[in-house]
Design a protein around this ligand. Structure first.
Ligand code: KIV
Ligand code: ZN
Length: 388
């Protein structure tokens, strides 16, 4: 696979992720998280928004000093003062990027920025060339790109390229895009923008309609090569595209995407767990890949299949993302095969008749109790068979 097939993972857990209500982190917590992101193998860590507060500035500087391999990015509005502050914060990093952004949709330009399209183009040029004069990588984001007029978006991208940006980010800021439409937009930009061949197209998708991962994957399939994501999908409002879902989407379907990342997938679960511990928000049980139920099988038919060959009902192994193997959960839909396996796992040897007795008792209990624990099974074995 050539370098053209390599997707760069830009993690913004510490910036957009921290904008998630209740996800504020201290400087020390951010540094711990950044070290874990380095172990995970992300290519770029967006460490924060240094002009936003003294605390953010300090946190970005501390991360810049703490990590070695990933590029450290600082978010800056399209203002020289923000860019100067951002540069100061990342100065100590081995690899540095200034990420400057400005909205390009009519709605934002008129009602938020109060600027004409010409003024916005001039601001993009000024901000990007100021950032480039610092001698670091420069990324430009056209905020609200998916709701921008395509011809204007093309003009904005060209101004950013001519001023020195080498990464162009196309955010779906309000999670409005649809996968096929978003993929078309990426293809359109890659074939229309002059100078597009010399830059990397990035995407940054929000989850307002639950499509952040789908839009990100569609854009990567269309040619984007940087995915902006967060662990567990935390972020502003309904969140961002989840890192683990995007990466495992690519990994699970290699023939469809033919794309690779530098992510050490076995570090995915430890990374999400660490984040969860730091922000004090549990991973929901039904969360794809990371949730408690993601590798748990309750129905008898599924359990029978999984016990014979896990691939019958699992599209990835739990071990590949750093978790323990498939969990067979006993409940009212479970079958005898699952109970047999569980009994053996607990260290008991029951004959067919004894197993049937315990099976009936488990079924009765499952009508009253949502989740049957190992302790319940053991108690039933003792009560109904061994101490009868
Ligand atoms: O959602 C967004 O548009 C952003 C930009 C700053 C990239 O977070
Ligand atoms: Zn965002």
């Amino acid at each position: 696979m050539s370098d053209d097939n390599r997707v760069y993972i830009f993690d913004t857990t510490l910036r957009d992720g921290e904008q998630s209500p209740g996800a504020t982190m201290t400087r020390e917590e951010k540094v711990r998280m950044a070290r874990q992101l380095e172990t995970l193998g992300v290519d770029i860590i967006e460490a924060g928004f240094p002009a936003a507060s003294e605390g953010d500035f300090q946190a970005v500087s501390a991360i810049a000093a703490a990590v070695k391999t990933p590029v450290v990015a600082a978010l800056c509005r399209a203002l020289a003062s923000d860019i100067d502050r951002g540069f100061e914060a990342i100065k100590g990093a081995q690899r540095r990027r200034i990420h400057t952004f400005l909205a390009t949709s009519e709605l934002h330009m008129q009602h938020k920025l109060n600027k004409t399209p010409t003024q916005v183009l001039d601001m993009i040029e000024a901000a990007v060339s100021h950032a480039a004069s610092k001698g670091v990588e420069v990324q430009f984001s056209a905020e609200d790109a998916s709701r921008s007029e395509p011809a204007f978006l093309v003009a904005a991208c060209e101004r950013a390229i001519n001023a020195g940006a080498t990464i162009l980010n196309i955010p779906d800021t309000v999670g409005y895009a649809q996968p096929a439409e978003f993929a078309d937009l990426i293809r359109h930009l890659m074939t229309t923008v002059r100078g597009a061949g010399g830059v990397t197209f990035a995407v940054h998708c929000h989850n307002d309609l639950g499509l952040a991962v789908a839009n990100t994957l569609a854009a990567l399939h269309a040619g984007a090569r940087q995915a902006e994501v967060t662990l567990s999908g935390i972020g502003e409002r309904a969140g961002n595209a989840s890192l683990e879902q995007v990466v495992m989407g690519l990994n699970t379907r290699p023939n469809y995407y033919n794309l690779t990342t530098g992510i050490v997938t076995e570090e995915l679960y430890p990374s999400c767990r660490r984040l969860s511990g730091i922000i004090g928000q549990p991973i929901p049980p039904y969360a794809p890949i990371m949730g408690r139920n993601a590798f748990a099988h309750e129905s008898g038919i599924h359990q029978h299949g999984v016990l014979k060959d896990r691939r019958t009902y699992e599209i990835m192994t739990a071990e590949s993302i750093g978790r323990k193997g498939a969990v067979v959960v006993l409940g009212k839909h479970s079958g005898r095969h699952a109970l047999d396996a569980k009994v053996k796992e607990l260290g008991y040897a029951l004959n067919d008749e004894e197993l049937l007795v315990v099976f009936e008792a488990v079924k009765q209990l499952a009508d009253r109790k949502q989740r049957i624990l190992d302790e319940d099974i053991e108690a039933l074995i003792l009560e109904k068979v061994l101490r009868r």
